[in-house]
Design a protein around this ligand. Structure first.
Ligand code: IPE
Ligand code: IPE
Ligand code: MG
Length: 248
């Protein structure tokens, strides 16, 4: 069987502007190969590289990746330590490659739990890549959708108390403007790998009208062809935004 050409939909249709991915299944991938969970997470980084590059080539505006949820802090200290170490290594080793690919970076989440070194590397990486104008890569680390909503509420409350915002003027767009993804297009497509059918406190506010795509592939096996399949499925969806078929 000949393999389908990557990005073959590209000539007819625009890719989704903003794709978000819950990268799940690293542990099960490792288990299936009788390897330690750490190998699953390491292999998962290879999928990240492939998908970031492919999104850049397809002309996707923003890719948001769920790397580490606020609830993942409740895993064993061994695994949390491992994930922190991997985050550190990725920040150290990948920034130059991201720069070569004209990628801009934003890290969202409560970064205060990370070591000072990780926090500094995260800020430095964002700074180093800030003048690029290719793909916007957003990494959600120690991120929770509920945390993000509470943070927006807090920022608005402080501005209201200081007299910078009239509480009567608080609406959905003002709320959105105070959220972590305020500077990016709306999330068109949310993908979750590994067969779990839940959001696990990832983006909550932002997925009001996102198309949801679940696949059984474990994240370390997710590649460019899998992403193309998700995008093709997205193109077959009819997005009505509350209107009726065909209404403009
Ligand atoms: C996703 O893989 C990566 C993180 C949550 C950090 P998991 O570690 O959740 O893998 P499974 O779900 O146990 O297979
Ligand atoms: C969600 O996966 C978090 C990330 C992929 C980073 P989990 O594996 O933590 O989610 P649950 O616990 O199965 O809901
Ligand atoms: Mg999981």
């Amino acid at each position: 069987m000949t393999e389908k050409k990557l990005g073959s939909f590209k000539d007819e249709k625009l890719p989704p502007q903003h794709i978000a991915i819950i990268m799940d299944g690293n542990g099960r991938w490792a288990k299936s190969k009788h390897l330690p969970r750490s190998s699953g997470h390491q292999k998962g980084v290879q999928s990240v590289r492939k998908i970031v590059k492919h999104c850049g080539q397809l002309g996707v505006n923003t890719l948001t990746l769920f790397a580490f949820s606020s609830e993942n802090l409740n895993r064993s200290s061994e695994e949390v330590g491992l994930l922190f170490k991997l985050f550190l290594t990725v920040l150290k080793n990948e920034t130059t490659k991201l720069n070569d690919n004209n990628i801009k970076l934003k890290i969202i989440g409560d970064l205060s739990v990370f070591t000072p070194e990780i926090q500094r590397l995260a800020i430095d990486a964002e700074k180093q890549l800030k003048n690029n104008n290719g793909l916007n890569l957003v990494i959600a680390a120690n991120y929770g959708g509920q945390w993000d909503i509470a943070e927006s509420a807090k920022k608005i409350a402080i501005k209201s108390v200081n007299g910078e915002i009239d509480p009567e003027k608080i609406d959905a767009s003002l709320f959105h403007a105070h959220s972590s993804l305020a500077d990016f297009p709306k999330v068109d497509l949310l993908i979750r790998t590994s067969g779990e059918l839940r959001i696990s406190n990832f983006l909550l506010w932002e997925i009001a009208y996102s198309e949801l795509y679940f696949c059984n592939t474990l994240w370390p096996n997710f590649d460019e062809h899998e992403l193309d399949a998700a995008i093709e499925a997205f193109h077959l969806r009819e997005r009505r935004f509350g209107k009726r078929n065909g209404e403009k």
